[in-house]
Design a protein around this ligand. Structure first.
Ligand code: NAI
Ligand code: OAA
Length: 266
């Protein structure tokens, strides 16, 4: 039985807690959730919630899952790995900062802990990573989300989300930049970069698209192995429309793999 800690209790965090408690994430126990203010949570489950970082990191957790945003990766990543907990990251875009990535890798090596990056909102990463054995010529991601998913982001500076009628490309560049420009919306571009040819070569286009209701990601890869095209249409979470329901499911499947005797598709 592995003891799990969770940082963040929003759309992803709440679903992860539910799946773990329903026994759907393998032989794991949700031991603690780090939140900003513990008094905001119901008293009957408050034993699970911590707002004292010392206490949370002192629990000796086997795995800590970040589901709180880029800032949380900066704030808690090194500490997690240095205390020998494996670190499952949702806010992967933070790793577009080479210095942070190197710092976390060093911390992981020193304690023999692992940085674990689930597929989360995209698919096909097993093939992208495998194809790197012989090199890849081109990797491209096209992300489209409906207007409701772009509220509170810099998309609002480019598009009137209330009146937009046609798909509008709000970014065309590479993952190094998209990861930072849309910290809550294109973490997938960072995950794809890490699996494949890196942040500076992974091409990214981002659209506000009023013609769709799902958060859609298309991946195009060409290389020695052949070609790959994958399209996912994620139903947005009712708690946070920027995030697909699949993200928490993917993280829980990653947990399941940690305690299962058979591991498929990685
Ligand atoms: N890899 C991927 O495919 C995806 C990654 N994400 C990442 O996951 C993050 C979380 O997503 P959601 O759950 O949908 O967001 P959310 O906004 O619903 O929940 C985030 C929660 O974290 C809490 N939080 C923030 N900073 C914290 C801190 N320092 N300590 C404790 N709690 C803190 C917030 O109060 C909030 O309750 C996103 O910001 C994004 O970076 C989201 C979707 C897909
Ligand atoms: O859930 C999604 O569609 C992807 C997402 O927000 C991200 O990559 O940050």
């Amino acid at each position: 039985m592995l003891n799990i800690g969770l940082i963040g209790f929003g759309a992803i965090g709440q679903d992860i807690a539910k799946y773990i408690n329903e026994g759907k994430a393998g032989n794991v126990l949700l031991k603690a959730v780090l939140v900003r203010r513990k008094d905001q949570y119901e008293s009957h489950i408050s034993d699970l919630f911590y707002d004292n970082e010392e206490a949370f990191f002192g629990l000796g957790l086997d795995i800590i899952i970040e589901a709180a945003g880029h800032e949380a990766v900066y704030k808690f990543g090194k500490r997690t790995l240095s205390t020998s907990s494996d670190f499952i990251i949702a806010s992967v875009g933070a790793l577009a900062d080479d210095e942070l990535l190197a710092e976390l890798e060093t911390a992981a090596k020193l304690t023999n802990s692992k940085i674990i990056i689930p597929s989360a909102a995209i698919a096909g990463l097993d093939r992208v990573a495998a194809s790197m054995l012989q090199g890849v010529d081109e990797v491209k991601l096209v992300t489209r989300k409906p207007p409701s998913a772009w509220r509170g982001t810099i998309a609002e500076e480019k598009v009137d989300l209330d009146t937009v009628k046609e798909p509008i490309c709000i970014y065309n560049g590479v993952a190094r930049e998209s990861s930072k420009l849309f910290p809550e919306s294109t973490n997938v571009s960072a995950t794809l970069s890490l699996a494949g040819i890196g942040f500076d070569k992974t091409k990214v286009q981002v659209y506000v698209d009023p013609s769709i209701t799902s958060n859609t990601h298309q991946i195009f890869v060409k290389g020695f192995f052949g070609e790959m095209e994958v399209k996912v249409k994620n139903i947005p979470s009712s708690t946070n429309p920027k995030t697909g329901y699949i993200v928490a499911m993917s993280i829980c499947n990653t947990l399941k793999n940690r305690t299962s005797s058979i591991v498929i598709g990685i």
